[in-house]
Ligand binder design. Structure first.
Ligand SMILES: Nc1nc2c(ncn2[C@@H]2O[C@H](COP(=O)(O)OP(=O)(O)O)[C@@H](O)[C@H]2O)c(=O)[nH]1
Ligand SMILES: [Mg+2]
Length: 226
């Protein structure tokens, strides 16, 4: 019984996510679901990337959090439109929450939308939001064994950001282990080793991200880029 209910819940979510995706596609908005543990550096990564990105495209951010609007405030602080979704304790965003937020975002005015999911490597993996790309942020302080432990999350990742690379000299973290664990999963996801704090390695990731947008939406990327 529980399994049947969980399945129909996920099916309903998938349908709403497909509706969101059509809206995004119709408006020419490329959407990135940013996932990872609490404290992995998702918001810091956005703060580091967005000043450069907004010189080239019009971005916006949906921030998912259990209770506060702290992350949305941080994004607004760098002059990028941001909307907060509070899940009221729920451990993941779902497509319905994103749909309910869309009236407060001018889709016609933006080209790139980041959705920072609730910090969690488990249930966030199961709920599509209508995104084009899934990026998992794994910080080196979390340990190099996480790919094997959170298979579903990493299997669905289109890219893995290994954040806090500035701390690598101080801790035991085997980057090759992450690479080989991903390969064993059959994942094609590129790994971007970077530091959102120092900016080391950030440009490569941003260029890859904007390149994926141009590849997935060639017409719109050409017509709507400034
Ligand atoms: N040393 C270091 N600290 C970082 C880096 N990125 C984020 N942090 C710190 O990690 C903590 C959590 O970052 P935050 O962006 O709020 O994580 P989130 O919960 O994933 O959004 C903060 O204290 C950040 O300053 C990094 O690249 N290097
Ligand atoms: Mg955050």
């Amino acid at each position: 019984m529980e399994i049947v209910m969980a399945k129909s819940l996920l099916n309903a979510n998938t349908q709403i996510a497909e509706g969101n995706r059509s809206l995004f596609d119709g408006a020419g908005v490329y959407v990135v679901n940013l996932l990872g543990s609490p404290g992995a550096g998702k918001t810091t990564l956005l703060e580091a990337m967005l000043p450069g990105i907004k010189e080239r495209l019009r971005p916006a951010v949906i921030e998912g959090d259990l209770n506060t609007s702290r992350d949305a405030d941080r994004i607004a602080g760098i002059g990028v439109p941001s909307v907060q979704i509070n899940t009221g304790g729920g451990c993941h965003l779902d497509a319905n929450m994103v749909m309910a937020t869309l009236p407060s975002i001018e889709l016609g005015e933006i080209e790139l939308l980041f959705i920072e999911n609730v910090g969690n490597l488990v249930c966030t993996a199961s709920f599509a939001l209508g995104e084009h790309l899934r990026v998992v942020v794994l910080s080196v302080t979390e340990g190099d064994d996480k790919v094997e432990k959170y298979l579903s999350m990493f299997r669905k990742a289109d890219a893995v950001v290994l954040n806090k690379a500035d701390l690598l000299p101080y801790i035991d973290f085997d980057v090759e282990r992450v690479r080989s664990d991903l390969e064993r999963l059959g994942s094609q996801a590129p790994i971007f080793r970077l530091s959102a704090r120092t900016g080391e390695g950030l440009d490569l990731f941003v260029e890859w991200l904007l390149g994926r947008r141009a590849k997935d939406h060639p017409e719109r990327a050409r017509n709507r880029s400034k």
